[in-house]
Write a protein of this length. Structure first.
Length: 174
C-alpha cells in the first residue's frame, strides 16, 4: 500500500536533506543572489564601475534579453511583445528607439519597421521602483542622421536635449 501524506506529514527540512531542519532567517530580502538553489545575502547590487547593471540571471525560459540604456547606465530587459492599449487609461513608461527613419500612420502605428541604427541600445525613462515606471513601454523614435555614432544617446535627457526630431508613437510593448 502506498504511503499517505496529509497535513502535518512534512516538517521543516524534511523535503530538503541539506536544510537540517533550520528555518531561513527571512523569507525575502534585498540584495539576495541565487546560484544553484543557494541564496547569498548582501551580494553586489547596483552598477559596475563601467555603468553596467550587476545582474545574475539564468534565463530558465530561454527568453530574449536585451541591453537598454537608463540614465547613462546599461540595464537588462526582457521584451514580451507588442500590445494595443488605451493610452488614456493605462500607465506607460517611455522608451526611445534611435533610428535613421520611421514612418507612422495617422494613429501613430508603424507603417513598416523603422530603420534602426546598428548597435544602438534602446533607452528607458525609468526602472522599477520609480514613480513613473511601468512594465508597458510607449515607443518614441529619435531620428538621427547617418553620421550619428551609436550609443551617443544614453538617457531620456540626452534624447530630449539632442535637437533630433522625436516621433511619439502609439506602439506599446511589454
Amino acid at each position: 500500500m502506498a504511503q499517505q501524506y496529509g497535513p502535518g506529514s512534512f516538517t521543516v527540512g524534511s523535503l530538503r536533506p541539506d536544510a537540517g531542519g533550520v528555518l531561513p532567517r527571512e523569507n525575502e530580502g534585498r540584495g539576495w543572489t541565487l546560484a544553484d538553489g543557494t541564496i547569498r545575502d548582501g551580494g553586489p547590487a547596483g552598477y559596475t564601475p563601467a555603468g553596467v547593471e550587476r545582474l545574475t540571471y539564468n534565463n530558465p525560459y530561454g527568453q530574449t534579453l536585451e541591453r537598454v540604456w537608463f540614465d547613462g547606465k546599461v540595464v537588462f530587459a526582457v521584451e514580451l511583445g507588442e500590445l494595443d492599449v488605451d493610452l488614456s487609461a493605462v500607465k506607460v513608461a517611455q522608451e526611445y528607439q534611435v533610428v535613421y527613419s520611421v514612418e507612422l500612420d495617422e494613429q501613430g502605428k508603424r507603417k513598416r519597421e523603422p530603420e534602426l541604427v546598428p548597435g544602438q541600445y534602446n533607452i528607458y525613462d525609468s526602472v522599477p521602483g520609480m514613480e513613473k515606471y511601468s512594465p508597458l513601454w510607449q515607443f518614441n523614435y529619435v531620428i538621427v542622421p547617418r553620421s550619428y555614432v551609436p550609443n551617443t544617446l544614453r538617457s531620456e535627457r540626452d534624447c530630449l536635449q539632442s535637437g533630433y526630431p522625436i516621433r511619439k508613437s502609439t506602439v506599446v510593448e511589454n
